[in-house]
Write a protein that binds this ligand. Structure first.
Ligand SMILES: Cc1ncc(COP(=O)(O)O)c(C=O)c1O
Length: 576
């Protein structure tokens, strides 16, 4: 990576100890970790939400106008005397008043058209039921709603596997540069040399960190990268005597998108068991490979969603290759090994990145992401088109005088287009800014700090909560709530964390861990934030002992308590 662009040192991670270069041990653990059994919290009477014995108290949380399903959580004595506020409206329709409006546009300046004449039966019979509201009220309504949301900008967000890391603001400034942000994908190559070069450079960086020579920026998300890669694998196998190969092996710790992508790509899946250390059970792998006839490949997440590095990865790759299959690596967790290990070196044929995780593109809310794939030379001819190529410009005497970036739309073996154009351009700009701002050394420091922070939490909490695989972890650590006092479950802990203004970790995933709580602090959190998380989790344990019913009803401080999340997705109420 030393031949890459000159590094600068912005956005460096914050880690609990300075100058450390790898996973910490209990030596880095806060002193609170030495308390093996959290003390029982003193009850505060009728509020139901006890402040802990350690003094960790959930904030009252009632943002202006928030609906609260129970009393505020501060002890009675410290309650400020606040006037009772009217309930705030939940939807914009609740604020609507007939006849109100925000903007009055000027007359159109063109003759009026009768919609019934112009649209026939498609014309509306009645006006659309739109909210009617003044501009200022609309602004206040949405600003208030946005403040009810959790975000990385206002709270610790240790959502395991999702890597909710800080998205540096400089990325946004770069993405908004008119020469980048105002481009249209239909412009000619000559008009967007800068953007094409940026795409090419992102490919170079991804190739450098993966150890795989060719990259496609097409896929719009991790799962889309999986599908793209599986289609590339299918085409390669078909052309290399593997038409009958149809089975992809998948470890039981895999992300749900892996088997789903296989099914969509026309493969069938066969599960490989994990051993007691959370790694691939090599005997089971051998059994599932069988004679290898039907094996198209293996899809493995490394580091896994258990935050564990697969130490047998080389041997696993050899076995799959020996059966004539290809190895796909789900690289969603590359943020743990950047600059430390390269998948191409341990035998992987193809992998995807989640730019919206590892390379700091905003994530969540279904916003645009990118799941580029990197492949070996053998798979490169099958990558999607259009793609960018860098061509030398030569003088008459043959001397190279510069470079030009061109869009190549034809490649005889390509699987074709995976989307309209070459990739989500704004995502590439943000990720490239992050790569350049940190540089090769900075990227390695990011991984080191992500691993250090996760181990800091592990060491700080392992005497209270059981770590499912008790060994140093990588970027995330999985606790289990199984065996908590009074039958308290992972969901109760997650909901109670909200009262403490901490976003819950991922719960009930990975599936092989009962009552899983998967915590990923990421690299940018300060020691104080990590310490507070440890204290809060310990306080919740004490609450589980002293007041389990209060935990079962948490959260107590938010606009809504425990919605039926499945029903909200399956039967959304989108009308009034
Ligand atoms: C291990 C793993 N694989 C795949 C994905 C899918 O990525 P995306 O949500 O971008 O489709 C994720 C997402 O969190 C993941 O954690």
């Amino acid at each position: 990576m030393t031949t890459m662009d000159t590094p600068t040192t912005h956005n460096r991670p914050t880690s609990p100890t300075t100058g450390s270069s790898g996973a910490t041990t209990a030596a880095a653990a806060p002193s609170a970790a030495t308390d093996p059994s959290p003390t029982v919290a003193t009850s505060t009477g009728d509020s139901g939400a006890s402040p802990s014995a350690s003094g960790v108290t959930p904030p009252s949380g009632a943002l202006s106008g928030e609906r609260s399903s129970s009393a505020p959580t501060r002890p009675e004595s410290s309650q400020p005397t606040a006037p009772t506020l009217p309930e705030s409206p939940l939807t914009i329709f609740d604020v609507s008043r007939a006849g109100r409006r925000g903007v009055r546009p000027p007359p159109a300046g063109v003759p009026e058209v009768d919609p019934h004449t112009a649209l026939g039966r498609a014309a509306r019979k009645e006006p659309a039921a739109l909210p009617e509201i003044g501009e200022l009220d609309a602004m206040r309504h949405y600003t208030r709603l946005s403040s009810l949301n959790f975000s990385i900008a206002n709270a610790f967000y240790p959502l395991g596997s999702c890597t909710m890391k800080y998205n540096p603001l400089i990325n946004e400034a770069a993405a908004a540069l008119p020469g980048l942000g105002a481009l249209h994908p239909m412009q000619t190559d000559d008009q967007c040399q800068g953007m094409l070069e940026l795409f090419w450079r992102v490919e170079q960086w991804l190739s450098a960190v993966s150890g795989l020579p060719f990259v496609s920026l097409h896929p719009a998300a991790g799962a889309h990268g999986e599908l793209t890669a599986l289609m590339v694998m299918r085409k390669f196998l078909d052309e290399h005597g593997g038409r009958k190969k149809s089975v992809i092996l998948i470890p039981d710790s895999a992300h749900g998108t892996n088997p789903a992508s296989c099914t969509i790509a026309g493969f069938t899946t066969r599960e490989v068991k994990s051993n007691e250390r959370g790694r691939v059970d090599m005997d089971d792998l051998a059994a599932k490979l069988g004679d290898g006839q039907d094996i198209a490949g293996l899809m493995i997440t490394n580091p896994s969603t258990l935050g564990i590095f697969e130490r047998n990865i080389r041997r696993i790759c050899e076995l799959v290759h020996g059966a004539g299959g290809l190895v796909y690596m789900d690289g969603a967790n590359m943020n743990a090994i950047l600059g430390r290990a390269r998948p191409g070196d341990f035998g992987v044929d193809v992998m995807h990145f989640n730019l919206h995780k590892t390379f700091s593109q905003p994530h969540g809310g279904g916003g645009p992401g990118a799941g580029p794939i990197a492949v070996t030379e053998a798979l490169a001819p099958y990558l999607p088109v259009p793609k960018v190529e860098r061509r030398e410009l030569k003088a008459k005497d043959g001397q190279v005088v510069g470079h030009k970036y061109v869009t190549v739309s034809k490649a005889p073996k390509s699987i074709g287009r995976m989307r309209g154009f070459m990739g989500n351009a704004g995502v590439m700009v943000r990720s490239y800014t992050y790569m350049r701002a940190n540089g090769p050394e900075g990227l390695r420091a990011i991984s080191d700090a992500a691993v250090l922070n996760a181990n800091y939490l592990r060491a700080g909490l392992e005497k209270t909560y059981r770590v499912f695989f008790p060994e140093p972890c990588l970027h995330e650590v999985v606790f289990t709530a199984k065996g908590m006092p009074n039958g308290i479950r992972a969901l109760d802990v997650a909901k109670r964390l909200i009262d403490y203004k901490i976003h819950p970790p991922t719960v009930y995933f990975p599936l092989i861990v009962p009552e899983a709580m998967m915590v990923e602090p990421t690299e940018t959190e300060s020691r104080e934030t990590l310490d507070r998380f440890i204290e809060v989790m310990q306080a919740i344990w004490r609450e589980a002992e002293s007041d389990p019913d209060m935990l079962r009803k948490a959260p107590h401080t938010r606009a809504i308590g425990r919605p039926d999340e499945v029903r909200a997705v399956k039967e959304p109420r989108v009308t009034v």
